[in-house]
Structures are given as C-alpha cells and as structure tokens.
Design a protein around this ligand. Structure first.
Ligand SMILES: Cc1ncc(COP(=O)(O)O)c(C=O)c1O
Length: 357
C-alpha cells in the first residue's frame, strides 16, 4: 500500500488532462499571445469578476508580483502570522518589493478583522505607513479553514479604512467557494488582486493566475517579466489548468468529505486531537511528548505518507488521486502510527491503546 496525502500538490495529470495538454493550441505568449493561455486567463477573470487575469508558473510568483504591484516601497504590509506569504515565500516582500511584513496573530487560529485592526500602528510622523493587507482563503496553516464572506468583507473594510490595498492569496479559493457555497467573484470583490492556484485541488501539474484590474495587471506583468516568468508556448501548462478549472471544480466537495472521514478516524487516537476540517486539509495535533517527525516516519512504515507541519503537528491533505477507501485505510494507518509512537514514549501500560471503535 502506498498512499500519499502529504499535499494536494502531489496529484498527477489524469489521461484526459494529459490529452488536453498534448492537443493544446499554442503560440509564443510573449510575442503574439498563447491562445490556450489567453482562454484560461479570460475564464479565470470572468469567474473572479475581474478585468483581467495573468497566468503564472507558480502561486508564490503570483503572490510576490501582486505585493510588488500593490505595496509602496518603504511601507509596511500586514498578513496573518501563519500565512503562506509570511512563512514560505522567502521574505519576498522585503527582498523584492522593499516592504516590511507585520505578521498578525489572530485571536483564534487565523487573522480576523479585530486582530487586524489592533495591529495597525497609531499614525505618527515617525511611524511607518501601511500600504497593503494580504488575506488567505482557505487558510493552509490553520487547517484549510474558510473565512466566510462577512469575515473577508470585515478585513477588507479595516484595510480600506487604513488606506491599504488588499491582496487575496486564494491558492485554495476554489475550496473556500465549494465549502461555503459562496461564488468565487463574491470573495474576489473584496480584494484588488486575487491569486488562484491550479496545481492543488484542481489537479493541474503547473500554474497559478493573478486577477485584478487592467492597470494593476500591467504592473504585475512587468514584475513577472522581471522575474523571468514569461513562458513561451505556455499553453502546454495552461491547458492542464484550463482542464482543471472546467472539470475538477465540481468534485472538490468529495475531497472535503474525505477530509471529514479521515479526521473522524484519526480523532479516535489517544495521542492526538483533530479539529473538524472545513475543506480538504486535516491537521493532527500531537499530545505533548510526541514528535511529528517520529509519527510521520512510523506512519510511512504502514504505507501512508503524511507531512510534518511543525514539531507537534502533522498535516494530511485530501485530493483527487485518493479514493474514499484509501482515505479510510490511511486513517487507520495514522491511528496505528500514533499508537506506536505513544507506546514508545515509555511505560504507558496503564493507558489503553486507542479503542478500535
Ligand atoms: C496558501 C498558499 N499560497 C500560496 C502557495 C504557493 O503556491 P506555489 O506552490 O504554486 O508557489 C501555496 C502552496 O502550497 C499555498 O498553500
């Protein structure tokens, strides 16, 4: 048995997606425009209710070009403490855009309007100005949590009251829309720019898009070029993305159902707790004394790959390449690995093993 649920980025293109890629109409995206990429960009712009969208090789590059286009050099930007932009983008805001990132710790698992409001500095001649707020929905490190529309609007309003632009890291906005029943464009209306990823729940091998106004996208396009992000016959990549947008959005609820099933199985463990998931990500919080590296290694010995998220947190992400049966088997394997790790802690003979309900 080998089941990989470390991330929703591990999916491989299906035969139908590969056919769409092989048969894609292509051209030089810089010189004349690649027809398939143009089609993808128009489709995404329409779904998000924006004037224009631009295809990027990765979500990280799209996020960084958005920050660069929106924030003013020498000012501050605000983002959630656990956001991808703060944790995983190599200090890009400072290195590229010349912006200082102030990470906001939410009262709960992620930033909300009150915490954002409190984080703003009192205006003073010597206080740095802020120019940008970045949101993330669904929120990866918070366990795929969805910020409902009212929460997004509230953070947008705080940002606007402080004269800031808003960027939405919507790598998994597809999942947020599916889980909440809120259309994509309703979320997107509260952001100047929105990044969406094709290489996660939608199952494409490569790519992301940035959507926004014509004017902002002209600037983002300059930054993309500066970073070497112009791809020539980009239709080879965008055809997979377009296939994912057309065929794999409606099935995202299956991944959310798998996450719920998986979480219910793993939550039986004595050695961990699992919060009910909103979408396709499940975070497993270990009992003190257990190490995520140790648990992940043990679970791998039972044929299941899950990821170390922090020293005490293990992450599992559901996707289109795992069936419900595999997810159930994976849940049992994680339970076994957790029990083994728990017993290895020492003499726990007075503790019962995880009851097999
Ligand atoms: C919330 C979020 N934003 C951005 C990214 C970056 O996307 P990419 O891997 O395409 O650079 C990721 C990737 O996992 C993510 O989870």
């Amino acid at each position: 048995m080998s089941i990989d649920i470390r991330s929703d980025t591990v999916t491989k293109p299906s035969p139908e997606m590969r056919r769409a890629i092989a048969e894609a109409d292509v051209g030089d995206d810089y010189l004349d425009g690649d027809p398939t990429t143009r089609q993808l960009e128009a489709t995404v712009a329409e779904l998000l209710g924006k004037e224009r969208a631009l295809f990027f090789p990765s979500g990280t590059m799209a996020n960084q070009c958005a920050i660069w286009a929106l924030a003013e050099r020498g000012t501050e930007m605000y983002a959630d403490y656990g956001s991808h932009i703060n944790d995983w983008e190599m200090v890009g805001a400072a290195a590229l855009a010349g912006v200082q990132l102030r990470a906001v710790q939410g009262e709960g698992p992620m930033m909300e309007a009150q915490s954002l409001e409190r984080a703003f500095r009192a205006p003073a001649p010597s206080a740095p100005r802020a120019s940008l707020v970045c949101l993330e929905n669904t929120h990866n490190s918070a366990g795929g949590l969805v910020t409902p529309l009212a929460g997004v609007r509230a953070m947008h309003d705080v940002a606007r009251n402080h004269g800031c632009a808003v960027h939405l890291d919507g790598a998994r906005l597809w999942n947020a829309a599916t889980a909440s029943g809120t259309p994509l464009h309703e979320f997107a209306q509260y952001a100047d720019t929105v990044m969406v990823s094709f290489s996660k729940g939608l199952g494409a091998p490569i790519g992301a898009a940035l959507a926004g106004s014509d004017e902002l996208l002209v600037r983002a396009n300059e930054h993309r070029k500066r970073l070497g992000g112009v791809m020539r016959q980009s239709g080879i990549a965008s055809a997979g993305a377009l296939y994912g947008v057309r065929h794999n959005r409606d099935r995202l609820m299956d991944d959310h159902d798998k996450a719920t099933r998986f979480s219910l199985i793993v939550d039986r463990a004595i050695a961990a707790t699992v919060a009910p998931p909103d979408s396709n990500i499940v975070m497993i919080d270990l009992t003190p004394g257990l190490s995520a590296h140790d648990v992940v290694r043990r679970v791998a010995e039972h044929g299941v790959k899950v990821g170390v998220w922090s020293p005490t947190r293990v992450r599992a992400v559901m996707h289109l390449d795992v069936t419900m049966e595999q997810v159930e088997a994976a849940g049992e394997a994680v339970l076994t690995g957790l029990d083994e790790a728990w017993r290895a802690l020492g003499d726990t003979s007075e503790w019962p093993a995880t009851p097999r309900r």
